[in-house]
Design a protein around this ligand. Structure first.
Ligand code: NAD
Ligand code: TYD
Length: 337
């Protein structure tokens, strides 16, 4: 049995990861440590909660005593760190919690992993640490770090801390840097679920700037299969970029959603740009493909349709979310834009 501490497992990618692992293998025991911030939702884990190989602890990764207790009690030998403040726009509204969770929290986990001599520490990072691309070129693992937002700078700082623990103490750290994810359970502050839900409610679709910024989209299950592979087979000290070579302009994504939902393009509203908005992200994932044999399995056309269908059939999930704190957030970010 492999005893894994998965952090942030009630969020979008972490919950999909836990559901994927527990429905496909029985050689792991997962302790999910999650603070249940606005982004954490135990409803995402309804299936996993039935598993005897799963337990949940509500708590903060910055809490040294709690983290120490979990490592001791569950004899943790593997860490997969998804926990983070993850939204760029929120980091622009208030940066401090991003450094607390993403940097200090990661350091608390690294210290405990060192003390308890873990066999693998997977740090889930992001392609946003590389900064922004021009019209051509791809991010490789050699691209220098050049983060632009408080979010991406906090992730880059965590990356540096993680590799310093590898270099200094020999902690077996591996890292993934993935492009933009989409899929079920994504919180509707991110582009795709926000646009789906607004369109369903016949609300304006706020596109920042000229709508020509480019993101490289990957289905969350493809990301999670890659993360699983890097956790088990990745070489300590190495970074693996993950992407599905699916570059899209924001306006194209929004028009595709409008089209699939049979709505009018009159819903589109160009609004004031995001400060410091990165122009283009695009990933070269040849390293993980050549060294670990990973390949994306899902076609964008099908997976985005499945995602839209999921939001159509799971109204209860997102209606509960948008009736809460979300209202205040939405007014603050979009009210005077
Ligand atoms: P999310 O915001 O949906 O979920 C984050 C989870 O972390 C939530 O469940 C939240 O409750 C938990 N959390 C936050 N602060 C915590 C703390 N101090 N202690 C314990 N738990 C805490 O994020 P996501 O989109 O699922 O992203 C997960 C990870 O993947 C992040 O590290 C993010 O940087 C990275 N990533 C995301 C994307 C993307 O497209 N969403 C792409 C690449 C990398
Ligand atoms: P987002 O989902 O926030 O991901 P990230 O900024 O981390 O890549 O945004 C994706 C793109 O969509 C980004 O270029 C910003 C843009 N965007 C909008 O135009 N309008 C919106 O309301 C949101 C949330 C994002």
């Amino acid at each position: 049995m492999k005893n894994i501490l998965v952090t942030g497992g009630a969020g979008f990618i972490g919950s999909n990861f836990i559901n994927h692992i527990l429905s496909n293998r029985d050689d792991v025991f997962i302790v999910n440590l999650d603070k249940l911030t606005y982004a954490g939702n135990l409803e995402n884990l309804a299936d996993s909660e039935k598993s005897k190989n799963y337990t949940f602890v509500k708590g903060d990764i910055t809490n040294n005593e709690l983290v120490d207790y979990i490592f001791r009690k569950y004899e943790i030998k593997h860490v997969i760190n998804f926990a983070a403040e993850s939204h760029v726009d929120r980091s622009i509204l208030g940066a401090q919690v991003f450094y607390e969770t993403n940097v200090v929290g990661t350091c608390v986990l690294l210290e405990a992993a060192k003390r308890f001599e873990v066999e693998k520490f997977l740090q889930i990072s992001t392609d946003e640490v590389y900064g922004s691309l021009g019209e051509t070129g791809l991010f490789t693992e050699q691209t220098p770090l050049s983060p632009n937002s408080p979010y991406s700078s906090s992730k880059a700082a965590a990356d540096m801390a993680a590799f310093s623990f590898h270099h200094t103490y020999g902690l077996p750290v591996v890292m993934t840097r993935c492009s933009n994810n989409y899929g079920q359970f994504q919180f509707p502050e991110k582009l795709i679920p926000l646009m789906i839900i607004n369109a369903l409610n016949d609300k304006k679709l706020p596109i920042y700037g000229d709508g020509l910024n480019v993101r490289d989209w990957i289905y969350v299950i493809d990301h999670n299969k890659a993360a699983e592979l890097v956790w088990e087979k990745g070489t300590p000290g190495e970074v693996y970029n993950i992407g599905a070579s699916q570059e899209m302009k924001n306006i194209e994504i929004v028009k595709l959603i409008i089209d699939k939902l049979g709505k009018s393009e009159e819903l589109i509203q160009f609004v004031k740009d995001r400060p410091g908005h990165d122009r283009r992200y695009a990933i070269d994932s040849s390293k993980i493909e050549n060294e670990l044999g990973w390949k994306p399995e899902y076609k964008f056309e099908e997976a985005i349709s499945d995602t839209i269908d999921w939001y159509l059939t799971n109204e209860n999930w997102w209606k509960r979310i948008i009736s809460g704190e979300y209202q205040t957030y939405y007014k603050t970010l979009y009210g005077n834009r």
